[in-house]
Design a protein around this ligand. Structure first.
Ligand code: URA
Length: 285
């Protein structure tokens, strides 16, 4: 890559490479926003306010307690904290249907990831299905289309489902986090805690007969098992919903991992054969 020094202008490719390395790999709107101009305007507005306040400042000896308190500007994105997670828990518990849950999540402003995502990825498939699959968070393609597992890994997932006689009309797919983390970075523990009530409520409303978690993080969130997927995969765990329903969970490998490690596809195949057998067991719900 060419270096940027002196009067040299960065090559457009260098600039794009810089953006990509910083996690900016998608254009969300067509027209660029000049953040430098925005900043300058904000600074100017702030100094005008300051000047106005100084002009109104009480004379020496006057009652200083009466000085008006200036409201702080509203925060643009929520800083993830326990209050946001508590709000998410409260809101999610109120959803009586999947549609209500989706609406609640769409108007929820407590997760900072929403500010950078293009869409909210709620779910795909059949909410009446016996099998529900849960991934960690949408990637670039999913963010673009607003549906889970539609990229390369989603295509592999479709082939895996077909191998056990299922498809998106007979399975239901969602993610722990419904908004794409910028640049596909791992969600922070706070972001996960904020989104956890939403996926838990979604599971409680779908009430699948069997859950499959794709990769370690969703297994950890839904079963409390340690985050080392190669150790936990293939063994049945369980998830207990708020109303006490116990759902068997099969942790397995993420399709993206299988694309990079095709020799491990046989492990996933074993896991899905287990899932197929469990789905055939008479009335476990
Ligand atoms: N990976 C995930 O965990 N979820 C998706 O929706 C896509 C890729």
């Amino acid at each position: 890559m060419a270096s940027i020094s002196g009067n040299e202008r960065p090559d457009l490719r260098d600039l794009l490479a810089f953006y990509a390395a910083a996690g900016v790999d998608d254009a969300l709107i067509d027209d660029p926003i000049d953040r430098f101009a925005e900043n300058a305007q904000q600074r100017q507005a702030a100094s005008q306010q300051q000047a106005a306040r100084s002009a109104e400042a009480p004379r020496a000896g006057a009652d200083r307690t009466a000085a008006p308190v200036q409201p702080r500007p509203a925060a643009v994105a929520a800083v993830p904290d326990e209050a946001q997670a508590a709000a998410a828990r409260e809101l999610a518990s109120k959803a009586a249907t999947l549609d209500e849950l989706k609406q609640i999540m769409e108007s929820f402003e407590g997760c900072n990831l929403k500010a950078t995502a293009k869409s909210m990825v709620f779910a795909d498939g059949n909410p009446e299905a016996d099998l529900m699959l849960v991934g960690e968070a949408p990637g670039r393609d999913e963010d673009f289309e607003g549906l889970p597992f539609v990229g390369r890994s989603g295509q592999l997932l479709d082939r895996i489902l077909a191998a056990i006689g299922l498809d998106r009309k007979s399975a239901y797919i969602a993610n722990v986090i419904p908004w794409r983390p910028p640049g596909n970075r791992a969600p922070t523990p706070h972001e996960t805690e904020i989104c956890r009530p939403f996926i838990e409520r979604q599971i409680a409303l779908v009430k699948p007969k069997v859950l499959v978690t794709l990769d370690g993080p969703p297994a950890k969130v839904l079963t409390g098992s340690p985050d080392v997927i190669l150790r936990v995969r293939g063994g049945w765990r369980s998830h207990t919903t708020a109303d006490g329903t116990v759902i068997p969970v099969m942790p397995t490998l993420h399709p993206e991992y299988l694309l990079r490690n095709p020799a491990h596809k046989k492990l996933a195949w074993r896991d899905f054969l287990e899932v197929k057998a469990k789905l055939r067991e008479p009335g476990s719900l």
